[in-house]
Design a binder for this molecule. Structure first.
Ligand code: HEM
Length: 158
């Protein structure tokens, strides 16, 4: 029951991250019309991108915490694993590290440039470019988390 709950939270966080990113990056954002530059702060695109970044980051934190807790608590189940399991695990960790740092950059660097424009009006000028960059980084994170998800499912059935 404990392990099932851990993996349930793990899979739920993966689903929220991939589902949220896929819906926003592939369906919603391309369907929205570009607002005129002066209305950009009130646009759905601005709001979606500023909320999506910390949501994905929180999911990645949940994935890392539950994944590591599972690994450290279920070690007795990991004694007779087939050789190659940890190669696959290593490949998954490389992909996860890439997704984590991109999400860190998106949430704390890029998002920082689009928030509190009243206090930092000089950031207003570069806003469309930063939003485009956030959308591109989001697509990249989506690709990496999808690969990590596939490797996770493979790992559980190795
Ligand atoms: C982008 C991040 C990640 C995604 C999308 C992801 C996804 C998944 C998925 C879908 C599963 C399969 C669950 C199942 O079918 O039962 C899984 C299993 C697992 N994941 Fe992750 N995961 C991520 C990060 C991590 C991290 C950071 C760790 C550890 C440090 C980790 C450790 C594990 C372990 C130990 C399993 C179980 C494998 C087994 O049953 O042998 N995962 N993961």
């Amino acid at each position: 029951m404990y392990y099932a709950s851990l993996i349930f939270i793990h899979v739920l966080a993966a689903g929220v991250a991939v589902g949220g990113l896929a819906f926003c990056a592939l369906i919603l954002l391309p369907a929205l019309e570009s607002p005129p530059d002066e209305a950009i702060e009130k646009s759905a695109r601005y709001k979606i991108l500023s909320l999506l970044a910390p949501t994905v980051f929180a999911c990645l934190l949940a994935l890392i915490v539950t994944g590591m807790t599972y690994l450290s608590d279920a070690y007795t189940e990991q004694v007779n694993l087939k050789s190659g399991y940890y190669n696959l695990f290593g490949a998954k960790m490389l992909v996860v590290v890439g997704a984590f740092f991109l999400s860190l950059y998106q949430t704390f660097s890029l998002r920082g440039k689009i928030l509190n424009l009243d206090l930092r009006p000089e950031n207003r000028e570069g806003l469309p470019a930063v939003l485009n960059k956030m959308a591109s980084v989001g697509r990249l994170i989506l690709g990496l988390i999808t690969v990590a998800m596939f490797l996770g499912v493979w790992l559980a059935r190795f």
